[in-house]
Design a protein around this ligand. Sequence first.
Ligand SMILES: [Zn+2]
Ligand SMILES: [Zn+2]
Length: 206
Amino acid sequence: MTREQLEARIRSRPHVQTKSPEQLTYSPEFPNLNTVMQNDVDGAWLCYGCGHENPLVHREGEHPFGYLDCGRCGSIFSGKDEPTQVLGHHVLEGAELTPVPSFASDNPVPYGIICPRCGLSHRGQRVAGPSFDKGLIGVSFSGIRCHCGTLSHTSWYRFSVGPSHDWRGDQIRALRRATTRRLERRTRELRVNTDASQPDFMDARE
Ligand SMILES: [Zn+2]
Ligand SMILES: [Zn+2]
């Protein structure tokens, strides 16, 4: 199966609707704009490198967000990129079997990993049986073979599926927040790099 065929299959899966009380009462900053923009999208991530806005749609099935590689520069989503709330990072790193707060068993597992080679997202698997504290259940991210052939590893980026009401309520504001975070991060890194290069600069001048 080619990537295009896999993407078509992922797109055919039902959209997972997340509703919240805020969604019903939220008053958007630009209500008219909101209705004409993409309403079947749950959020977006801004590429750290090029700033491209990549849409996020949460669908049922084993690939919750499809491919997370930048539509403009091709770089794969990592912790540097800035997502809106639907692509969260509220999950422990490292352990093969990860305790997470209990969720309804008929809901898709709201946790996943991203293949660092091709960017395909994979849903974690609910694991029955392990004895975690009350209110916690186990999700496993191990033994998942990506479409590109790579076997999942504990170092892969893990995500939680968050609410989409920031985007659905007011996507201009949600995007503006992500844009600000991206600029702040880039400014910080620029400053760090400048500081690091300072000694060389000073040496060269002397
Ligand atoms: Zn990019
Ligand atoms: Zn892959």
